[in-house]
Structure formats: structure tokens, C-alpha cells
Design a protein around this ligand. Structure first.
Ligand code: NAP
Length: 346
């Protein structure tokens, strides 16, 4: 059956401007990193993606390497475009990135012009698109001149293959540099995509968030639920099987989550209960409390999780007392998440 978008799709979602640009994004965006790869069947993918768009989630985030296997998320999204989303192309913000290992040899990784522009062409082919809305440098490459990496982004805009460009996981100093270089080339840095959650505050600690606010660069937080840790699922005695943390080769190992993190999560659960909100909803409203933050970029395994997360729209406001309680609860519960901010490569 052909998908028809709900006519009420713009009734409840809220949209925020990305920095000082003309681009607005939904406060909740959906990423296809781990849950839309080769093993996901089309109907169940479309159930989630269609529901998201029906609720006003206009932004879908991809990257060349999403899957597994790498490339399969873009291929699946390409099928979605071809079969169901094509009539809505002008209502969608589709992003992709290049920066992590994609193909063997010296031209399939990091930040060279050669890699970025070849990868963008491959992504467009996989998704069956003429252009993406946002093209990102996925991580800072300390060995390539930033002028070259930013030049490749500027070229993507000039060639019409990307409408906007962004940077992901760039630390403060490199964010300022990237912004300066792009500005000289007449191209805006529309958005920065870092990891950010109440238990992963590196953008506050290294002042990247302040830099983006000052420069007028929007921000979209990835892993706002710390890959599921902020759902509380790793806090009970329940088996991690079937969750991201239960995958022995995955990006989150349940067995590596330290007790101090789980104690913090316990306390956050209590604060969520007192607000009549699920913990994931509290975690999302916390990320969105900052005016610099345009959108929270979630990942979901199923429709139930998506519905739970979208419930954040019922209560986005946090009092200063609640924020202080969360600070206290999480101050000893910070954790490092994959992928690490790329400034740490230095
Ligand atoms: N730029 C970058 O370098 C980068 C890196 C990572 C991610 N991203 C982007 O950010 C997106 C989101 O990242 P993420 O997937 O790590 O985000 P996340 O929202 O922090 O974690 C998603 C996981 O949390 C769990 N979850 C979500 N909602 C839940 C709920 N209501 N109840 C219980 N568990 C729930 C699910 O875990 P289970 O699977 O265990 O059920 C889900 O797979 C990605 O898809 C990608 O687009 C970008």
C-alpha cells in the first residue's frame, strides 16, 4: 500500500532555526545509524519512518557508513524515497556525512577533498537523490589542511549537491577555524553535530556550545539518550540481549557501563518520575533546554520507542531547580561514548 502522509503532520511538532540560518529543523530528528541497516525489512522501516514524518519529523540523518553493513542505511533510505517519500522530497531535510572509514586505501577515510566529494556522489547514488540538504565533515582530520576539507564542503554547495554544510564532533578551536574558512569562501557553517547528553557534556566542558552560540551555528545533538543508557534499561538486572548494549561487537557494551553511571541514571529516573515523564523524555528535554540546540537527534529500534520519545513535546520545560538536581545527580556519572570527539585524535 502506498504511503500517504498524515495531513495533520505539522500540528504538534515544534521547529527551531539552525543558528542564524534560514533552515528550521524539528526539535526531534531521526537518525538511521544502527537500526536501519541490512537486516531491517522494508515494512518495519517504513512503519517507523512514515510515523515519524506523520508527526512532523522532517529531518532524517544518515552517513555513508551507516548500516551495518556500511552503506546499507542509505540504500534502505533510497528505497523509501523511491517507493514512498518521493512526493514529499521538498518537505524533507536529508543529511549525510563522510569522515570515517568507508572504503580501503588512502582515499576512503578522514577529510581529503578526494574522499569527501567521491563519497558524496556515492551517497547520492545510494539514496537516489540529486542533492542532500546537509552534507557534513563527519570528523576533524588533523592531517588534512582544514582549508581543503572546508573547500570540499564549499564545492558541494556550489555544485548543487548539498544545500547546506555542517561539521560533526569538531572541538571548539577547530569549529571556530572551520567557520572562519567557510565564511571566507562565502559559505555558512549551518550546523554542528556533536554527541551531547546529561551524562556526556564534552561540548560544555570544551566550550564548543558557546562557540556555536556566538558564531550563529546551529547544533543538533547526537546520542541524546547516550545510546540507550538514559532509558534506564541497563540499570536493572534485566538481560541486555536484544539491546544495543547486548551486542558484543557494538558501540556500547553493557558490561562496560560503570556502576557510578548507573547510580546517576537511577537518580535521573527519580526526577523523571516526579515530573510524570519517562526518563528518555526528560533526557531529551534536558538537551533541548539550551537555546543553541536546534534539535535532538534520536535513534530508535522500534515504533514504541519513537512514540515514547516524541512524548517529550508534552513537556519541554525544565525549572532551574530541576536542572540543578540533574547536575547534582549526574556529576559523578559522566561517561565516554563512541564515537569520541575527534579533537581527542590529536
Ligand atoms: N555524527 C556522528 O558522529 C554520529 C554518531 C552517532 C550517532 N549519530 C546520529 O545520531 C543518531 C542517534 O544516535 P543514537 O542512536 O546513539 O541515539 P540515542 O537516541 O541516544 O540512542 C538510540 C538507542 O536508544 C535506545 N532507545 C531509544 N529510545 C528508547 C526508548 N524510548 N526506550 C528505551 N530505549 C530507547 C534504543 O536502544 P536499543 O537499540 O538498545 O533498543 C536506541 O537504539 C544516529 O542515528 C545518527 O544519525 C551521529
Amino acid at each position: 500500500m502506498t504511503y500517504r502522509a498524515d495531513t495533520a503532520r505539522y500540528d504538534t511538532m515544534q521547529y527551531r532555526r539552525s543558528g542564524k540560518s534560514g533552515l528550521k529543523l524539528p526539535v526531534i530528528s531521526l537518525g538511521l545509524w544502527q537500526n536501519f541497516g541490512g537486516t531491517r525489512d522494508y515494512p518495519s522501516a517504513m512503519e517507523i519512518l512514515g510515523y515519524a514524518f506523520d508527526q512532523g519529523v522532517t529531518h532524517f540523518d544518515l552517513a555513508n557508513n551507516y548500516g551495518p553493513p556500511a552503506g546499507s542505511s542509505e540504500e534502505l533510505f533510497g528505497q523509501v524515497m523511491a517507493r514512498d517519500f518521493r512526493p514529499y522530497r521538498d518537505e524533507l531535510i536529508i543529511s549525510t556525512k563522510a569522515g570515517y572509514t568507508m572504503w580501503p586505501g588512502p582515499y576512503g577515510d578522514l577529510g581529503s577533498r578526494k574522499y569527501l566529494l567521491a563519497s558524496l556522489d556515492q551517497s547520492l547514488t545510494r539514496m537516489g537523490l540529486d542533492y542532500v540538504d546537509i552534507f557534513y565533515s563527519h570528523r576533524y582530520d588533523p592531517e588534512t589542511p582544514l582549508e581543503e576539507t572546508m573547500g570540499a564542503l564549499a564545492h558541494a554547495v556550489r555544485s548543487g549537491k548539498a544545500l547546506y554544510v555542517g561539521i560533526s564532533s569538531y572541538p571548539e578551536k577547530e569549529t571556530r577555524e572551520a567557520h572562519r574558512i567557510l565564511k571566507e569562501m562565502g559559505v555558512a557553517t549551518t550546523i554542528h553535530q556533536p554527541s551531547y547528553s546529561m551524562i556526556n557534556r564534552w561540548i560544555e566542558n570544551d566550550h564548543t556550545i558557546d562557540a556555536c552560540g556566538e558564531l550563529g551555528v546551529g547544533m543538533i545533538a547526537f546520542s541524546p539518550l547516550a545510546q540507550g543508557v538514559l532509558s534506564g534499561k541497563y540499570n536493572s538486572k534485566t538481560d541486555a540481549e536484544g539491546t544495543r548494549g547486548g551486542n558484543p561487537n557494538g558501540t556500547l557494551r553493557a558490561s562496560h557501563i560503570e556502576p557510578r553511571v548507573l547510580e546517576a541514571v537511577d537518580q535521573v529516573a527519580e526526577i523523571a518520575r516526579s515530573r510524570g515523564q519517562s526518563m528518555v523524555q526528560l533526557a531529551l528535554s534536558w538537551v533541548l533546554r539550551r537555546p543553541e540546540m536546534t534539535s535532538a537527534l534520536i535513534g530508535v529500534r522500534n515504533l514504541e520507542q519513537l512514540k515514547d520519545n516524541l512524548g517529550v513535546l508534552n513537556n519541554l520545560d525544565l525549572t532551574p531547580e530541576e536542572i540543578a538536581k540533574i547536575d547534582e545527580a549526574t556529576k559523578n556519572g559522566q561517561m565516554e561514548l563512541h564515537p569520541r570527539p575527534s579533537g581527542w585524535l590529536r
